[in-house]
Design a protein around this ligand. Structure first.
Ligand code: ZN
Length: 561
């Protein structure tokens, strides 16, 4: 996803919720209701909501998603939706109850099982379905959730938006990584379990509009009630938040396939010329990622770029694009070192998520650097593929200005919350550049990325899995290095103490992680020496004027004492 615009973040649903809860408290104070009971109750409510949505609780863990069939009618006139999600799952344990999730503003009309209505209980943004008898472990089951209402319109990444294009025609889209897919459809709204057989989408939209969703277009037909139904089929596991609607008056064209991979584009008629020029960047990007990371994981579903009226989003096999057909990001110099203006940041970044985020997926939002740190690093892989390693090193180091080092990259699990800031993107990518230098063998590094990708694609994983992979791949214990960068806020500090009279320099690490002992290149940049600092002072030759540290290769805090 792409969230790094501060002014917009101020209007995020989370921030609005904080504001409205502050208003509530101030109102209560002014009314003389000094009791803290109401706000405590509110806090408990939100804790319960976060618990239901964040934990992989027993009524989630007792089943394994197989497939969704989402049949939906979208009415832009009154911003309403109505339809049915058929959920197919396999029981992993005997059980009589499962948990699904749906935003409270949408009503559940009924839940059907074998043609019969079932009892269900709603709580916060979750609901529990009770079956009349025990569902046996290993059996495949199907329920239909029939629902309707006016979905939350929360803008970028928060929900489903009903907007108009320049010609006044409806432009309806979903982008819901922030608030979860439950804002517009009922599903098991967590990251750990994806429907491994995919999703069918049958989306009815007013005649004259098109829906572009994920996967392969099976066809469209006039329903003779003012609506046309567009049927799309996803045949791979997919994140709930990646399932997307893009409803507009689109024009469709294709590039020639890349091997078996079809490449399709959708843009507004008024932007067609600009889009046709800008979207030529997709094909060389796909070639580079295929070569340097591994083959695109969703070949059966194809690759698509779809114009949207917001920055962009990595909707699987249907990348949302809204970067105004300009290079860099918002037409500036995104990382500030003269390389970003050479390419369209949104095409490259959001497509990079097909490898890191969609193919390899974090099992908990707290581990989102598995998406965003790796995807930001994929920009660097692209730069290296196009313009070589020295530009790639320059590009990645441009990101240092965006890092805060205020919170650990990996957040708290089980609470349905992303990490607190964007360090997971920029520091995450700079850490991977550091890891490359630790491995110090480019052939081995890229072979490792290939192996990492092939090992984990179509899986949901946690940070421990990433660490275990690289430990095993390198045959080294890299855990203290991963921990230092991912689980502590501060950078490791390399302290240097010079004695120019003696021509010596003392060096040591000051780090939060016990046993942090990353080797680092220092001394003469023409002939780096590999130092092995620890927490204890050691001494080598050098003087203040010409003793350097390879700070472009290792992201550290350097203190020259
Ligand atoms: Zn992203």
């Amino acid at each position: 996803m792409w969230v790094f615009v501060r002014s917009t973040n101020l209007f995020s649903p989370t921030f609005q919720a904080i504001l409205s809860s502050m208003n509530l408290r101030i109102t209560l104070l002014l009314a003389g209701l000094l009791s803290f009971l109401p706000s405590n109750l509110a806090a408990q409510d939100s804790n319960r909501k976060m618990q239901l949505l964040g934990e992989y609780g027993r009524y989630r863990a007792n089943n394994d998603l197989l497939h969704y069939t989402l049949t939906l009618r979208v009415n832009p006139d009154d911003a309403s939706i109505s339809g049915d999600n058929q959920v197919r799952f396999r029981m992993l344990a005997d059980g009589q109850r499962i948990q699904l999730d749906l935003a409270q503003e949408l009503s559940i009309e009924k839940v059907l099982y074998l043609g019969q209505p079932l009892k269900f209980m709603r709580e916060e943004e979750s609901f529990f379905i009770d079956f009349p008898r025990t569902l046996k472990k290993g059996t495949t089951q199907t329920v239909d959730v029939v629902y309707s209402g006016h979905p939350r319109t929360a803008g970028r990444f928060g929900g489903m938006s009903f907007e108009k294009d320049a010609a006044g025609k409806p432009w309806v889209f979903t982008a819901c990584e922030g608030n979860g897919a439950r804002v517009w459809w009922p599903n098991k709204d967590q990251w750990r379990d994806e429907p491994q057989q995919g999703v069918d989408l049958r989306i009815a939209v007013p005649n004259g509009l098109m829906d572009v969703s994920n996967g392969r277009l099976l066809g469209h037909r006039n329903l003779h009630n003012g609506y046309t139904r567009w049927d799309w089929r996803v045949t791979y596991p997919i994140n709930n938040y990646d399932v997307a609607l893009n409803i507009a008056d689109y024009i469709h064209w294709s590039d020639k396939p890349l091997g078996k991979l079809t490449i399709d584009f959708y843009a507004k008629p008024e932007d067609l010329d600009k889009a046709k020029a800008q979207f030529t960047q997709a094909r060389p990007m796909l070639e580079i990622f295929n070569r340097k990371i591994g083959e695109y994981a969703f070949v059966r579903d194809g690759y698509k770029l779809v114009q949207v009226p917001y920055a962009g989003m990595e909707h699987q096999s249907a990348i949302a694009y809204g970067n105004h057909f300009q290079n860099s990001y918002h037409n500036g110099d995104w990382t500030g070192v003269g390389i970003s203006p050479r390419f369209d940041f949104i095409i490259i970044h959001e497509s990079g998520h097909e490898w890191f985020g969609n193919a390899i997926t974090a099992a908990d939002p707290a581990d989102m650097w598995i998406h965003e740190g790796w995807c930001t690093y994929s920009e660097d892989i692209y730069v290296e593929g196009r313009w070589g390693k020295s530009d790639a090193i320059r590009y990645i180091n441009g990101y240092k200005s965006k890092v805060k080092n205020e919170h650990p990259i990996v957040g708290h699990r089980g609470i349905d919350k992303d990490p607190l800031d964007e360090d997971q993107y920029f520091k995450g990518a700079l850490f991977l550049n550091t890891l490359r230098s630790v491995i110090d063998d480019d052939t081995k590094w890229y072979a490792g990325i290939h192996a990492y990708y092939e090992h984990f694609k179509y899986k949901t994983i946690l940070t421990e899995d990433v660490v275990a992979f690289w430990n095993q791949y390198t045959g080294r214990n890299l855990t203290p290095i991963f921990n230092e960068y991912l689980h502590h806020a501060a950078l490791p500090k390399l302290e240097l103490k010079f004695d120019d009279a003696a021509g010596t320099v003392q060096y040591r690490w000051v780090a939060d992680e016990p046993n942090f002992n990353m080797a680092i290149k220092a001394g003469d940049p023409q002939h780096w020496t590999l130092l092995h600092p620890t927490a204890q002072w050691q001494t080598t030759q050098g003087n203040r004027a010409n003793f350097h540290v390879a700070e472009d290769l290792y992201y550290i805090n350097l203190a020259r004492l």
